[in-house]
Design a protein around this ligand. Structure first.
Ligand code: ME8
Length: 503
């Protein structure tokens, strides 16, 4: 099977913060999981560069828009590299490979009549570069809901996309395929808004011709940044070598931009007679220490802070926290340092780390570091139950559910240590076979845990495998999650705590 996952392409004008890092990490975890399943994975992220504010920011700095975009795109790329993101490509909308495709598609739409020249007057949110419908503008008291600046009245001769034509098809699709837009609450919101009626939407702006992609055959018009941006998902893979990836299996983003992904983008694809993505998934927002993150409060969790967490607790612990406690569902999540530290100490250091460490230390001490043979499969059913729950959750992109299944297995295995008391068995020579069995069950369970956490904590997974004396690479998940994969007679590697405890 193929699996194509995308993140939004981020505005190149901004500095990366926890929101960008979150969506990209979630996509990375999905990509790594599907690779473990043996799927052919294509994972795309990138930067959205043709916004008008890029021109302004560049000018303030005495740079060309391209120079400014180059600098900032490099920051995003470097950030994702540092955070171990395994994307297969990084698309920048100022690249020729993208621009030529955008012109090609818009050209097709002009020819089919789905894009036409018309006139538009409306309330414009300059910060967001989007028109706000009359009823919304009134509701927002004619101010931007994002930055509070007044909306401006604007008239333009524009190219329009015949969005109205696709309302029924989209609604039918959403009704027939409940998984197309997720989570459920978001799907309902989108469907209700479509039912209110869809107007055709402007897809070009005039002026500012130097930065942006021209409407084919009309140099006076630049393609609206949102249409340009959405097309990245298709333009990147619309080549002879990559065509097999389309359609995307899941477009990931936060709820702020769901409308564009669940309505405008599928309608554009319908007009282009292309297949629709299998799923559009909009997660919630991170807030910081109980407060909404905003420019005015200056409380974004930015790179410096993320770097500090990573340096202190390890990249994998940070990824674990994002995956286990992030806003993947309908609700927002709070990133609070105290909560992160407490999760680190309890779930990672005390539970998972301690389980693996004490299990393997006992094999070291009582069996000279050699994996003993088991006479019974005490924890097999527990491992199988946990892995079934884990896989069902991962397949549904329910990362916290998957990690809950992992946690339940850790708790169960730690209880098994208390129940079987191997430290007591070790003092009774007649219990040698029983001790072998207990130790094997613990080591084998540690191996299963190492496999299951691999998409979320790839370094820790390798570390567990190295301590078990296994090769770093995890094989296909279906084969790895089979009881007995750890061979008796094997030698453990060097042992060390997985998560040093922090105060
Ligand atoms: O909207 N919590 O780019 P953008 C969680 N260029 N995720 C967050 C977040 C938060 N507080 N803040 C941002 C754009 N994000 C367009 C997209 S796509 C064709 C064009 C994440 O830089 C989340 O994924 O503003 C959100 O959808 C995205 O960053 C917005 O990124």
């Amino acid at each position: 099977m193929k699996f194509y996952v995308t993140t939004p392409i981020y505005y190149v004008n901004d500095r990366p913060h926890i929101g960008h890092v979150y969506t990209t990490t979630i996509a990375d975890i999905a990509a790594r999981y599907h690779r473990l399943c043996g799927d052919d994975v294509f994972f795309l992220t990138g930067t959205d560069e043709h916004a008008a504010k890029v021109v302004d920011s560049a000018r303030e700095r005495g740079l060309t828009p391209q120079q400014w975009a180059d600098q900032n795109a490099a920051v995003f790329q470097e950030t994702f590299r540092k955070l171990g993101i395994s994307n297969d490509d990084f698309i920048r909308t100022s690249q020729d490979r993208h621009k030529t495709k955008v012109q090609q598609y818009v050209g097709e739409l002009l020819k089919s009549g789905d894009v036409y020249l018309g006139e538009y007057e409306g309330w414009y949110d300059a910060g967001q570069e989007e028109y706000v419908p009359e009823n919304k503008a009134k509701e927002y008291e004619y101010k931007s809901p994002i930055n509070g600046k007044p909306l401006v009245r604007k008239t333009e001769k524009n190219y329009f996309f015949r969005l109205s034509k696709y309302a029924d098809t989209l609604l039918q699709k959403m009704e027939a395929e409940p998984k197309f837009v997720q989570p459920e609450v978001r799907r309902n919101e989108v469907m209700n808004r479509i039912r209110e009626g869809l107007n055709d939407v402007p897809i070009s702006r005039t002026g500012a011709g130097e930065w942006g992609i021209q409407v084919p055959g009309d140099p006076g018009h630049v393609i609206y940044v949102w249409v340009d941006a959405l097309i990245n998902y298709l333009s990147t893979v619309d080549t002879d070598e990559r065509r097999q990836w389309w359609p995307a299996d899941v477009h990931l983003m936060a709820k702020d931009i769901l409308w564009f992904h669940a309505v405008i983008w599928p309608a554009l694809l319908l007009a282009l007679k292309r297949e629709l993505p299998r799923q559009v998934y909009a997660h919630g927002f991170w807030i910081a220490e109980g407060q909404k993150m905003s420019k005015s409060l200056g409380n974004f969790i930015e790179l410096e802070k993320i770097d500090r967490y990573v340096a202190e607790y390890g990249l994998d612990a940070f990824r674990y926290f994002l995956a286990a406690y992030g806003p993947l569902g309908a609700n927002d999540s709070d990133f609070a340092e105290a909560k992160f530290v407490s999760v680190y100490n309890s779930e990672l250091a005390n539970d998972l780390g301690n389980l693996v460490n004490r299990s393997l230390t006992m094999i070291q001490r009582y069996r000279g570091g050699m994996v003993p043979r088991a006479a019974a499969e005490d924890l097999r059913a527990e491992c199988e139950r946990a892995s079934a729950a884990y896989r069902a959750a991962m397949d549904a992109l329910d990362l916290s559910g998957a990690l809950e299944a992992v946690r339940a297995l850790v708790v169960r295995a730690n209880r098994y240590v208390e129940e079987t008391a191997p430290f007591k068995l070790a003092k009774q020579p007649e219990q040698a076979t029983r001790l072998d069995t207990v130790l094997y069950n613990l080591a084998e369970t540690s191996r299963w845990l190492g496999v299951m956490i691999a998409p979320v904590m790839p370094q820790i997974a390798e570390n567990i495998r190295a301590q078990l004396g296994l090769s770093a690479r995890v094989g296909r998940i279906g084969e790895e999650l089979r009881w007995g994969g750890l061979a008796a007679g094997g030698r453990l590697g060097a042992l060390a705590p997985l998560f040093p405890r922090k105060i």
